[in-house]
Design a protein around this ligand. Sequence first.
Ligand code: AMP
Length: 610
Amino acid sequence: MTKRSQNKRSFTPTNWKERWFVLSPENLIYFDGDRQSGRRKERGRVELSRVVAVECVNSVVFQRDYVFQLCYLSEEKEQYVLYIAAVSGYERDEWLGYLRRLVAANECLSDWYHEGAFIRNQWSCCKGGKDVAACTAVTWTINHNNNPPGHPTPSPTPPNGPLSDMMPHRKVVVALYDYNATTVGDMSLRKHDELEVLDDTQEHWWKMRNIKTKEEGFAPSNYVRDQGSLQQYDWYLGDATRHRAEVLLMNQEREGGFVVRNSTTNSGIYTLSVFSKHLPRSRPQVKHYHIKKDQEGNYYLSHHIKCPTIPELIYRHQLNPAGLCTRLRPISQGREAPTTAGLGHDKWEIDPSQLNLMEELGSGQFGVVRHGKLGSLHVAVKMMKEGTMSEDEFIEEAKVMRQLRHQNLVQLYGVCSKRRPIYIVTEYLCHGSLLNYLRDNERTLLNNTAVLDMCSQVCAGMEYLEKKKFIHRDLAARNCLVGANSEIKVGDFGLARYVVDDEYNSSGGAKFPIKWAAPEVLNFMRFSSKSDVWAFGVLMWEVYTCGKMPYGRMRNPEVVEMVQSGRVLEQPRYCPDDVYSIMQHCWTPVAESRPSFSEILIQFMNIADE
Ligand code: AMP
């Protein structure tokens, strides 16, 4: 790390030097020296028992990222500050964690510190002179008695008292991904940028200020996370299911490759999933471990290592398996940047001259779909055949659809509606339609994890639509798409309402998707989230048969008769009983008695954890 020189007599701006830091239970010692020869000379040390605060530094002060400070007392009880810049937020948090644990029992700990630094004869944070008391409340609980050091947790209550009133409440977030702004008023982000949120009233686009560059603008809210949240780590997958973790890790085949996710069975608990090829007498597989917490609040996976934070625990197991099946190794491919709700906070209409159109991807109900690029962003462009849709109504509705954003829905980016034919511009998925993908990959797909993962991904996308009270009306494998890492997304939601074609719109029409239709749709054209659930059962059947046509060669009237008499599709050969029973649930004749998508999702999770 680099250390700011201390120049103890005058607080003039000084320089930064690379130093080798060593932390012992008593001291933080820093050395200089030759990296290659390994010869190092001690340049100084801070006795940890004299430390009064260990805190981050407002990064603007030094125009440097990841700076933290150690405030300590000299033998003469004079207070000094050591400023250290780590190379990443991860490294800084690690050092903060270790240092705080070692100093937690210090009697001299202070409740206050200066968030800024003393530059040009004043503190940059409170503008006070050299002797002005610290102005910012410390961010972790201080243990003033001499109990054994516990885990320093963030202070649950905001600081009070006259000094804290001077500090306005700020929400500071960290960018998780790079983002290139394309619209006036929007702002580009670089991974790890620290940003102050100025306006979070729009769900998907927040106005922010880059703390370092001072630039202001809108950026996607799903590209940032609160400082200190696990989301900032590439290995954290949030609510991903057990199958998703398994599929991702099996695809990567990296010994020790791991992810951490929220446990599907116990809320508030985390699970570590690890891939290993070298388990005794077994094929490569993914093992799952619950991350437990002891009474002192320390996290542990095995009794060998206990740490106050999950990142610290992960880091320690990267050095040593310590009871796990293998040492943890970060997976090479980081998380992909997610889609954004539209291409800018206020951008909806896309100028077709900015679209670079490439190969044809296929054609469907509305016409040809082409692969395109908008700057560096891959997109799919549906070129709507004239007369196939009620365009004006669709353009109005699409403004609502653009606000729908979920990792398992094909993202609508915008439209080119100023000339005909209109284009609908959506996210591009490299493996095309799920139906073709199933048919092309029959041999490799028939393992339970991969197909269960597909079904639960579709279910997660549909659960989101259900919550938003948005009905799909044409859910089927042909309307889902497959992206990198076996990611499945539901597409064409709601479009069915704008089709101008009697053959598609009435249940007697040749193009009407009878084989996916619930009885109440066949009888009364009554669509609801529950009729989507019926269609989802049929989609599961398509997945488990690797893309067979439901009801085989039966003609539509025969299918209608079969459904109305209460008979359903047979159990696919490779479909386990518990999965088939979910399909049967979806095909409950009375709509109201069918499970909701959130109930089905829970059923999937229970299958996974058996
Ligand atoms: P559709 O008109 O939605 O039925 O699309 C026709 C075909 O185009 C699909 O079967 C896919 O093969 C392809 N396609 C449609 N949308 C996309 C997309 N967003 N990404 C990749 N391929 C797509």
